[in-house]
Design a protein around this ligand. Sequence first.
Ligand SMILES: O=C(O)C(=O)[C@@H](O)CO
Ligand SMILES: [Mg+2]
Length: 257
Amino acid sequence: MPKFSANLGFLWPDRPLLARIDAAAAAGFKAIELHWPYDVPPADLRAAYKRHGLEILGINTPIDAAKGEFGLAAVPGRQQDFREGFSRAATYAHAIGARSIHVMAGDVPPERRAEGTEQFLDNLAWAAEQAPDLTLLLEPLNKHDRPGYFYSTSGEGAAITAAAGVPNLKLMFDAYHVGRTEGHVVERLEQHWGVIGHVQIAAVPSRTEPDDSEVDYRAFFTALDRLGYSGWVGCEYKPRGDTDEGLKWTSALGVRL
Ligand SMILES: O=C(O)C(=O)[C@@H](O)CO
Ligand SMILES: [Mg+2]
């Protein structure tokens, strides 16, 4: 059975980030991953997870939610803004001791896709040079949740990863996004195995706890074991109610945190 990390972008939404870290440790998680922790001073964040002996995995490049933006790496004309945001992410990741950054592509209209692809590749090469010690993750987001996003399928993510030709660039395989629009999740996992750097899960289609899902997560975890996955599986779901109560999905699926 793989190891599971708590995605504190979604879990324990009823409390501030530092309290989520305490909750994750109390629930038995040994690793955490974050979305946008930038409002919390890095020293406080580091002290909070170190106190519990947790591992810290990754963060996302900053977004401007007020402007409806979801990343900038592939957005034509926003190269300078992307680079400033990436530098902020790398500085923060180094300060807290995180090991990866999800480089968010952003929304790109179909007629500007070629331009977006060129810019994305250029930005990825630049970012990889800025932070050679960090893993950069690429994550296609399904079209139901984010219709205008630059990419939506695991195949597109793998193609960009290959085209960038950068050693520290990997695919984030979020089984929720893959299951939501592509299906055949184990087949996709096997297909892209060589470029996968991190895995995330949630029920399909509800994005809640993974015990009531169109994706057969028992089979998915077995496939990860068979493939020899030694990384973490990020629990990136939106709890149906109380997060601790919802963790009974672990025993339902034979998982021990
Ligand atoms: O939405 C997801 O899936 C993520 O992993 C986030 O990092 C970006 O929204
Ligand atoms: Mg995800």
